[in-house]
Design a protein around this ligand. Structure first.
Ligand code: KG4
Ligand code: ZN
Length: 319
């Protein structure tokens, strides 16, 4: 939960659900139960940390989608009740729009138009951002998202969920000496399923010869997996930047925290005289500040939600 005042983020509290770690992924029912359990105390804590009384609030911003229906319902129910009780407007925000606008929260920020690569656990999208609310989707993934590719191959290595940050850490001590195919589809489409299968078959083959293969090569395996995912991402980013004639590039979503991706982006930007923008670390993975940021722009434009709105688990970014 977050509070924004005059465009400035006052508090941004992230409640992490540790329960999913041991199950290797998010269990939807647990996710919504834990949201409901935490909601009221989190709300009180957010107000307290911002030193704000609830009567001072002017609007309630809520994520409408995309996401898990159960979790969205808990958030939406709470937001509607608050807006009604405080007699203030309800504002709906698209989670993906918030990710791509997270590069605009702090300075320095990109100027319009810019290309945004949104890479999270559920999405991999290349979007031309002409302005806030003016988006042109160039392409996305046909199967897994980049974050999923990290998490699923990490699971094959026996790593906890989410494996992305763990792979990132281990990769820093390894060498990318195992070669996996870097799939190239037409246009701006991404696919990670071939890569995932290649890692699985490779590990199965190596483990047959040496049961300790993973533990003996963990850091190099992580470096190789990270290298491949980053190269798959970079190819289409370069193509889109050139074809669209853009010079400003934003990277958003959980995977934008990846140090290998950050280094590689810095390199292509230097080579091509482009400028890159990453959100501050606390705005990379899911957070309420980015939702508040987009909601604030909508508040200023009096774009309020209808009182009967429902969550949209598959809500697309509108162009
Ligand atoms: O944006 P996010 O918090 O949630 C979604 O909307 O999905 O992204 C979570 C994803 C997970 O797949 C996680 O493994 C990945 O972001 N992630 C990372 C890193 N930090 C988070 N992947 C690679 N390197 C990281 N440092
Ligand atoms: Zn997200």
């Amino acid at each position: 939960m977050a509070i924004i005042r005059n465009g400035e983020i006052l508090t941004n509290i992230i409640y992490n659900q540790e329960i999913h770690r041991k199950y290797g992924g998010v269990i939807p029912e647990w996710a919504s139960r834990k949201h409901l359990e935490a909601m009221v105390s989190l709300y009180k804590e957010t107000l307290e940390k911002a030193n704000i009384e609830q009567v001072e609030l002017h609007g309630i911003v809520v994520t409408r989608g995309p996401g898990l229906m159960g979790s969205l319902l808990v958030g939406m129910g709470f937001a509607k009740a608050l807006a009604l009780a405080l007699d203030i407007p309800l504002i709906e925000v698209n989670h993906l729009e918030a990710h791509l606008c997270s590069v605009l929260i702090d300075l320095p920020k990109p100027t319009f138009p810019f290309l945004c690569l949104t890479v999270s656990g559920g999405h991999t999208q290349l979007i031309r951002v002409n302005g806030i609310g003016d988006y042109h989707i160039l392409g996305g993934t046909l199967d897994d998202a980049a974050g999923e590719a990290f998490d699923k191959t990490g699971k094959m290595l026996g790593l906890d969920y989410p494996a992305g940050p763990i792979i990132d850490q281990l990769a820093q001590k390894g060498i990318a000496r195992f070669k996996f195919p870097i799939s190239v589809l037409d246009g701006y489409q991404y696919s990670f399923s071939g890569f995932k299968t290649a890692v699985l078959y490779f590990l199965q083959k190596e483990i047959k010869n040496n049961p300790d293969f993973i533990s003996e090569n963990l850091e190099d395996l992580c470096a190789s997996i990270q290298h491949t995912i980053v190269e798959i991402l970079i190819k289409k980013v370069t193509l889109a930047m050139k074809n669209e004639g853009l010079t400003e590039l934003g990277i958003a979503g959980g995977v934008s925290a990846n140090s290998g991706l950050r280094k590689r982006i810095a390199q292509i930007c230097k080579d091509n005289e482009w400028k890159s923008y990453f959100p501050a670390m606390q705005y990379c993975t899911d957070n309420a500040a980015m939702i508040a940021f987009v909601g604030y722009q909508k508040y200023l434009a009096s774009q309020f939600a209808d009182e009967n709105i429902m969550p949209l688990p598959r809500m697309p970014v509108s162009s």
